[in-house]
Design a binder for this molecule. Sequence first.
Ligand code: ADE
Length: 250
Amino acid sequence: MINFYVLTLFPEMIVSGMNNSVIGRAIENGLISLEAVDIREYSTDKHLHVDDYPYGGGAGMVMQPEPVYRAFLDIKEKTGKKEIRVVYLTPQGKVFKQEMAQEFSKEEDIIFLCGHYEGIDERVLEMIVTDYVSVGDYVLTGGELPAMVMMDAIARLVPKVLNNDSSAELESFQGNLLEYPQYTRPAEFFGKKVPEVLLSGHHKNIEKWRREQSLIRTLERRADLLEKAELSKEDKEFLKKVEIERKKTE
Ligand code: ADE
């Protein structure tokens, strides 16, 4: 069980983005909970403003510290926790990776703080943020999509969220290898046949073929991952063979 709280100016974006498919079902089944908290509801201003001009000048608006802090205190009180992880989504953060998802999946409560405009007043960030996280080296208009990316990656690691236990471990990045290709019916599509071995019913051969496909795929698409991958002696020998073959055809 893990409780996600999202501090945002666009709660409906979070709710509509998360209440579908696997994650929607996980919420329904009480395996995770999700609360999108509207920062605007914590504005002290009669016009419900939550942003103001930046001190020192410059373009855009900055989100004020007070509504963010009040919203945070409300959630913290609700959890009854003395300490709580607060993730601020920012391109200035540490880049989100599978290992980070694994680490966060062990928490009971996580608050995601989503900024907009030119960001949030630095003082409240200093006061409440425990983790600065980026989803990649590009700039988005707000933290909502990154928060959803993180919640999706974390939630699927929570026990029972995926119906088959093994699939969270087996696929891409666990062990730093990419997943092997998958096929389903029909056995032939526009003249393209499903690899013969998969129709053979020979489990050992299928397993070997899949492992080799994972290795080839990682070598071709994400060679950088191979340095950290857990490789057996056979894996290394196979990769060496593939590389020798490739050099011949170059
Ligand atoms: N907010 C804007 N861009 C972002 C990014 N790349 N990662 C996380 N939060 C962001």
